[in-house]
Design a protein around this ligand. Sequence first.
Ligand code: ATP
Length: 305
Amino acid sequence: MDYAIEVNNIVKKYNNFYALNNISFNVKKGEIFGLLGPNGAGKTTLISILSTLVKPTSGTAIINNYDIIKDQKEVRKSIGIVFQDSSSDNRLTVKENLYLGASLYNMPKNKREERINEVLKFLELDSYKDKIVRYLSGGMKRKVEIARALLSNPKILFLDEPTTGLDPDIRYLLWDYIKRLVKDYNITIFITTHYMEEAEELCDRIAIMDKGEIKVIGEPDNLKKKLEGDIVILETKNNIDINSEYIKEIRRSDNKYIITVKDSEKFLIELFNYIKNNNINIDSINIRKATLAEVFLYYTGRELR
Ligand SMILES: Nc1ncnc2c1ncn2[C@@H]1O[C@H](COP(=O)(O)OP(=O)(O)OP(=O)(O)O)[C@@H](O)[C@H]1O
């Protein structure tokens, strides 16, 4: 299999602290691959290493068949990056920023106008091209960043938390553009996020990352299926001490019992009998299918907030 990204045993140490602790995985061509993890998990460090901006302590990665250590220049030429912090000049217009980007890429002068118009069109920024970036909304600014990263026709686009802090409407809109980049231009997308929904809706595969380690990799649906169970959330001030063959795990947090069960329909009959026989007062009962939030909890032992 020909991969877009191959990560081999990457370690990044800051003094004695392992920001990345032996990371290995592959990203397929034309895939939307998501790195899901809380603040400080190491996502930005990893994306900075893969895009050659930071050197790993050990290990390496192959990007578009180029080695991030040995072929830095070629790697850079074949990728586009959008970082969390804006790289646009706020005082310039959208189009001026794109010209600046094109000149930084050393794009031939006679190609610039055409390519800039293409990316403006793709991101539906035409009517904003003469607006000063400072006065644009957060979502629009993000689009300008993406437009700039696309100028060089990259084969891989790295997006570091591209929708953090944006309104849900804009978030959905950006997802659409990202999906179209894959579908229409066969670009591989590597995205970091701490939004479950983003990982779930947008990504073909995700890696759950915590404290510098990858805990599990897979398709969101498969990861959920692997948990094999439903979650029953029971709110009560009483003590619950129920035994059932259907229970996989019970956790308690304040007045809530979070019960992972198989065959929830059968379990509920037992639960209702237990409640009746023991005079338990229930404030609420909720049943939900395992979501990515439960997957995250299962593999990291904590909630992603
Ligand atoms: N230059 C540095 N020197 C020392 N420690 C660093 C440095 N850069 C990052 N770290 C540490 O490495 C860990 C991973 O940071 P990183 O920014 O990669 O996390 P992240 O998952 O991207 O989080 P965020 O969502 O906040 O960007 C953090 O604990 C951070 O404090």
